[in-house]
Design a protein around this ligand. Structure first.
Ligand code: SF4
Length: 456
């Protein structure tokens, strides 16, 4: 069969990250690796393509269309399937991705034939066999009438094949992540052992945590050509024994890479020796969810960290010259003083790069607000991007809240010492890319402010 695999283009409404990062579509590369010898497949990355989706359907004339994405892509994914069916009703449409796994009901649509809800990386070949040869439908795939209520899902199976990275050869040079050029992705584990209330990641694996075998990870890593490796585990800094063995293998095999990972502040503060060793084998940047500088808020989020430890966290990172990207949650209860205090603490901790996320009650997480306080329609999926304000602020108006977020970004990013560091560290082309990215994000925020002022 001819298979067209598509990564959707983000909506113009979605604020943010697509201007600061475009990374390889690892999940599609994984599915590509599972196609049968008799299949031909092509991956189209609509983030990078200028042509219309329809033109690719007309060019490739697929038997099967596969689209994966996040909550912000739901409407686009549905519209792609509708367009494909309009071109030819014989095209079989398959939808997957983390949002489909948690909220398959959002993809109940005439134009969608199959929704992959569990173990996509294990059952994809069987699904192709089912479509072509009418073999049994693998468990974990929903047909039109299936729902979470009327279907029993199989147990999680976290086995994955090596992704076929050559399947996106024509795009590879263009993948980057905030200041990191030519980035490849690697996954070494699934889920997270922690239970932060706001976090969608832990819901995807139903609170389970599973690590891939080390030898498999090392073998995959050795095959990656890029130097910059973004480890997309929800939390890479979990298991000291595993990390020790990882460090040992990298040294033994003389694997030279630069790593960007997610890690918790408490692990960093409590394991300075391990952070030193990780820095020695190429750890360059850690994305740390500090979330808040108030212990009351941290407890509310079930974060299991404390503000006091953040000084130690930053001391370790500074000592080892590891950059930090900090994420901070902005709850709707904040007033102007809370914003001021956050900026003050960020500066005092020596954090240079932040991602400020208005608290967002993502579906099926532990954060919820009464419906009359939610100001984004749940079907305006493209706005559930962790950058839009989704809950009515308590003490500020919506435009004021957006303005405070912008002010805080400017206060953190546009400091002479920070700008100097960026100028002296990164190549001019990357700086230009980031400058254009931040300009676009701030334009989106300004439009949001205007829009909110109109409705005020
Ligand atoms: S926020 Fe981070 S530490 Fe907390 S549950 Fe999610 S991935 Fe784990």
């Amino acid at each position: 069969m001819k298979i067209l695999m598509v990564r959707p283009k983000p909506s113009a409404e979605t604020i943010g990250l697509q201007h600061m990062m475009i990374v390889e579509p690892l999940e599609l590369e994984t599915l590509y690796a599972l196609k049968r010898d008799s299949d031909s497949a092509v991956i189209v990355d609509m983030i990078l393509e200028k042509r219309s989706f329809e033109s690719f359907v007309l060019e490739h004339k697929p038997d099967v269309l596969c689209v994966t994405g996040y909550i912000t892509n739901v409407s686009t994914i549905i519209s792609y399937c509708q367009s494909a069916k309009k071109i030819s009703n014989n095209i079989v449409t398959i939808v997957g991705g983390v949002h489909c796994e948690v909220c398959p009901e959002n993809f109940e649509n005439e134009a969608i034939d199959y929704r992959v809800v569990r173990n996509a990386a294990v059952i994809f070949t069987d699904l192709l066999n089912h479509i072509e040869n009418k073999t049994d439908l693998p468990k974990g795939v929903f047909c039109k009438e299936d729902t979470l209520e009327n279907t029993t899902l199989p147990a999680f199976d976290f086995r994955v094949p090596f992704p076929d990275r050559k399947s996106v050869a024509r795009y590879r040079n263009k993948y980057f992540y905030v200041f990191h050029e030519k980035v490849a992705l690697l996954k070494t584990s699934f889920g997270c052992p922690y239970q932060c209330s706001f976090c969608f990641c832990r819901i995807i694996t139903n609170k389970l945590y599973s690590q891939r075998p080390l030898d498999e990870v090392i073998q995959e890593l050795e095959q990656i050509e890029e130097i910059e490796i973004y480890i997309v585990d929800d939390d890479f800094l979990v298991d000291k024994k595993w990390l020790q063995a990882f460090i040992f293998e990298l040294k033994k095999r003389n694997i030279v890479k630069h790593f960007l990972v997610y890690g918790r502040a408490d692990f960093i503060a409590e394991n300075p020796e391990m952070m030193k060793e990780l820095a020695e084998i190429g750890l360059k940047t850690v994305i740390v969810g500090f979330e808040s500088f108030s212990d009351t808020e941290l407890d509310k989020y079930n974060k299991k960290t404390s503000v006091a430890m953040y000084k130690d966290t930053m001391a370790v990172l500074h000592r080892e010259k590891i950059d930090v990207f900090a994420t901070i949650i902005i709850p709707p209860e904040w007033d102007k003083n809370d914003f001021k205090n956050m900026v003050k603490v960020i500066k005092s901790l020596g954090i240079h790069f932040v991602n400020l996320q208005p608290l967002t009650p993502l579906p099926k997480t532990g954060v919820s607000y009464p419906e009359d306080q939610i100001i984004i329609d749940k079907y305006e999926y493209e706005k559930w991007d962790l950058a839009h304000i989704s809950v009515q602020p308590e003490k500020l108006s919506v435009p004021e809240f957006y303005k405070e977020i912008m002010k805080a970004y400017n206060a953190v990013l546009y400091r002479p010492n920070v700008l100097w560091k960026f100028i002296t560290t990164y190549r001019p082309l990357m700086l230009l890319k980031m400058l254009i990215g931040t300009y676009r994000v701030s334009k989106q925020y300004k439009n949001k402010i205007k829009e909110a002022e109109k409705h005020a």
